[in-house]
Design a protein around this ligand. Structure first.
Ligand code: ATP
Length: 802
């Protein structure tokens, strides 16, 4: 019972959490406007204090008395706070405090990055202390100049280093300020001095340049244009103002370079020998400073800037199937199952020392500790007997449970509860997940939300017989990412031969999808186009590796961090790299039609793409060995198995049995290469996905879907050989069968000519190349282009001649 309560209380807390996450922007606006108004009030009371401080002295002891009034423009509050901060505090220099508060307020209000004003506060207080200490000398004649702090500090230091010592300290502090804050080094001063003298022309052009950069700084719109992830910006045919800015900064660097060179002269002791001059340069430091300067000027690069107002979908779009009920525990059922397990085992003379039950959403795990001396294999062999006595399907025995000294018996609940997507998305585990690509898969047997990082998997193989929850599983993965990742950070390439499963995602084409240039539909439903896309992804992978190599980083995360810190120049082709996730629903279909041509790029991507942020999710109904070949399997360590029909299928997908004993409807086994975990997949229904895609689709989008590199493969995608010599022996027979039936399908050839699938497919390709049948049209049969056998004879004769 206690468990039920706990699950309820966590459920009720979750929505609050999500509210607080969403409202942080609003809080900033409220707090920011408070700071702005407070700083104005403070400034007014300070100014007024300078005129009225003596007159208001007498009422400071009676601040709380309502009848008393002060001359300060902010009455008693103004008089009191000014007295506290000026007279009793730092003196007149504290007048910069309202300015600092004002700037902070503006930053909060506009939701700008706060790290920039850290130095403002540090140096602001530095100056306040400096002035306060300096004015401490005049405290007898003007007490409010340095305030009590200034006086005490001055007095304290005088006791140790005397007045002259203080003056020296003040000078030293001033030097620190000028050098560190204002960058006023003698070098810089003399450089600017000589520059002025050197060339009047140069000076004029410099003024022009300065004006240009100033105008750019004020133009926030153009700051957006710096976003190199945008196709228009990266297009070299569209140089824009910001590029000019970058160029000028870089050329400034090259101007500086010679002066940074150090010359070392090596003189030999032998007088006849020639002295050698060695020049050393400090390239590294220079570029570092440049990136620091860029970051100081523009802040870190923000890839989300173009869609800065993008709103993440709220969890309200998801349905709460249990409406806060959580899982229900049926004590009677638990007791009955326990007794049956104990009795069955007793029949086989297996005594139990201890038994414990953990209730999950669909199954309950009974953990038993057998008496000493009982062999584990004996219990494992009783799987069917226990299933029989409990008269339930889907019983799985885990002997022993890894990491525990117990044996687990998983028994399906009579009333399984759905795990709504809403509950896993709202869970703290998912909301606070520090993962690159977090996925809230569902709940474990102990009813905890299970989240995984797709980036760490790094590729996922998914299998399950029809109707067991694969499509829901795919939607769960995609929705999880939509809830956590900005459109600039992740792009999907969706392959959906069934044409109906992923169509809803068409609505977010210009936000989240990637496609080949010159294609209309982003979601690929035609198997022949898949090959082009896969090859294009391979090109993208190679390009990304080149970028990583150039940036001297090992993976996409380091690359993007470096890019955000403006250490990589967009002019050299560097850009923010979004993660690309390739989802293939019904992989078996693809392998059957295109075989090696898809297997090779998929295996290549799976082997190499992990570091550069391309991740593959492949789903199939038929996990047979000719679909999931050894090469593919070896590169997909993460597997997700819904219920399959046979033990062999379970072995193919998981390398272990178990998936055949699942109960369906989202019940699944998941492994990332080591332990198998039983999970209940979260449930997200089509209307919910539709609401989310509608919500995202209705917002401002990029101009087009993310464009993948162009792949100039053969038009049909499949290498069709039109060499007459290489044609299959049965080519003519096949042509006749097809023309007689006027139906261009490989299965017809299989039946009529008793061929295997692959050979029939090859002949169909050859018929296409010969112009006898039309191109592949998805699930429809190909069009037959030759009307009758006579026309075929004619066509073949003409071929021979030419
Ligand atoms: N996690 C889940 N929780 C509860 N019910 C589920 C879950 N997943 C699937 N179901 C139920 O199973 C049905 C079939 O699921 P789904 O469409 O995902 O199957 P599928 O494996 O994709 O089938 P197919 O391969 O034929 O497309 C759903 O309509 C739903 O009723």
């Amino acid at each position: 019972m206690a468990k039920t309560k706990r699950s309820k209380s966590t459920e009720s807390k979750q929505p609050q959490k999500s509210f607080s996450l969403k409202s942080s922007k609003r809080t900033k606006i409220i707090f920011g406007s408070f700071l702005i108004l407070f700083s104005i009030g403070l400034f007014i009371s300070f100014i007024s204090y300078f005129f009225n401080w003596q007159a208001d002295q007498s009422m400071l002891g009676h601040v709380l008395e309502r009848g008393k009034t002060a001359n300060n423009w902010l009455n008693k509050f103004g008089a009191y706070i000014s007295h506290l901060l000026i007279y009793k505090g730092f003196g007149v220099s504290i007048i910069s405090l309202p300015a600092m508060l004002f700037v902070t307020g503006v930053y909060l209000f506009l939701n700008l990055k706060l790290f920039k004003i850290r130095s403002l506060w540090f140096w602001g207080f530095y100056l306040i202390v400096w002035f306060s200490l300096s004015f401490g000398f005049f405290v007898n004649s003007y007490p409010i100049l340095g305030g009590v702090v200034g006086y005490e500090l001055n007095d304290f230091l005088q006791d140790y280093i005397g007045k002259l010592g203080i003056v020296l300290v003040l000078i030293f502090m001033l030097i620190i300020y000028l050098v560190s804050r204002l960058n006023l080094t003698p070098d810089a001063l003399s450089k600017s001095f000589t520059k002025h003298k050197e060339n009047v022309k140069e000076e004029v052009s410099e003024v022009k340049f300065e004006r240009q950069t100033n105008s750019e700084k004020t133009n926030t719109k153009e700051e957006v244009a710096l976003d190199p992830s945008l196709d228009t910006e990266t297009d070299p045919s569209h140089p824009h103002d910001k590029d000019v800015e970058m160029e000028s900064t870089f050329s400034e660097k090259s101007l500086k370079e010679p002066s940074e060179k150090e010359k070392i002269v090596i003189k030999s002791e032998d007088e006849d020998d020639v002295a050698m001059e060695v020049e050393t340069t400090q390239d590294e430091e220079e570029s570092d400073q440049l990136s620091k300067k860029l970051v100081e000027d523009f802040g870190e690069f923000d890839p989300t800037l173009e869609l800065a107002n993008y709103q993440f979908p709220s969890i309200e779009l998801l349905k709460d199937y249990n409406s806060g009920r959580g899982i229900t525990i049926d004590q009677k059922e638990l007791e009955q199952n326990k007794n049956k397990i104990v009795d069955t085992l007793k029949n086989y003379k297996i005594e139990i020392a201890q038994i414990k039950a953990t209730v999950g959403p669909t199954v309950t795990l009974y953990e038993i500790v057998p008496e000493a001396g009982i062999r584990i294999s004996k219990i494992k062999n009783l799987e069917d007997d226990i299933a029989l006595s409990l008269s339930a399907l889907g019983i799985r025995i885990i002997a022993p449970i890894p990491g525990k000294g117990t044996i687990g018996i998983e028994v399906p609940n009579q009333n399984p509860s759905v795990v709504p997507m809403r509950s896993v998305v709202a869970s703290n585990k998912f909301q606070n997940a520090e993962m690159e690509l977090p996925i809230a898969m569902g709940k474990t047997i102990s009813n905890e939300t299970y989240t995984v990082d797709l980036a760490k998997m790094p590729h996922l193989l998914m299998a399950g017989a029809t109707g067991q929850g694969k499509s829901v599983g795919l939607n769960v993965i995609l929705t999880s990412l939509l809830y956590q990742k900005h459109p600039a950070e992740v792009k999907f390439v969706l392959v959906d031969p069934k044409k109906v499963e992923l169509t809803l995602f068409n609505k977010i084409e210009r936000h989240y999808l990637a496609k080949l240039p010159d294609t209309e539909e982003a979601i690929i439903t035609d198997n022949t186009k898949v090959i082009n896309t896969l090859n294009s992804l391979c090109i993208e992978m190679d390009n990304r590796y080149d970028l990583l190599k150039d940036a001297m980083v090992r993976n996409i995360k380091e690359y993007n961090t470096k890019f955000k810190a403006r250490k990589l120049n967009p002019e050299n082709g560097h850009k923010f790299l979004p993660y690309i996730i390739l989802v293939v629903d019904e992989f078996a279909d693809l392998i059957m039609t295109a075989g090696k041509e898809v297997e090779t790029p998929i295996a290549r991507l799976a082997q190499l793409a992990r570091a550069i942020g391309i991740h593959l999710i492949i789903a199939t109904q038929r996990p047979s060995v000719n679909v999931i070949t050894g090469m593919i399997k070896a590169n997909f360590p993460a597997r997700m198995a819904f219920r399959v029909t046979s033990k062999i299928d379970s072995r193919t997908i998981l390398d272990a049995g178990g998936a055949d004993q699942l109960i369906g409807r989202g019940d699944m086994l998941f492994t990332q290469g080591n332990d198998l975990i039983r999970l209940q997949c979260a449930f997200v229904d089509t209307p919910e996905v539709e609401r989310i895609t509608d919500f995202i689709g209705s917002q401002k989008a990029y101009a087009d879907a993310h464009l993948l590199p162009e792949y100039s493969g053969e038009e049909s995608g499949i290498g069709v050989d039109n060499d007459i010599e290489d044609r299959d022996k049965l080519f003519k027979d096949a042509a006749e069968v097809i023309i007689t039936a006027q139906q261009g399908s490989a299965s017809l050839l299989q039946r009529k000519l008793k061929l295997g699938y692959n050979r029939a497919g090859r002949i169909i390709d050859q018929l296409e190349a010969a112009g006898i049948v039309g191109p592949f049209e998805g699930s429809k049969a190909r069009q037959v282009l030759v009307p009758d056998l006579l026309a075929l004879e004619e066509l073949l004769k003409n071929e021979q001649k030419s």
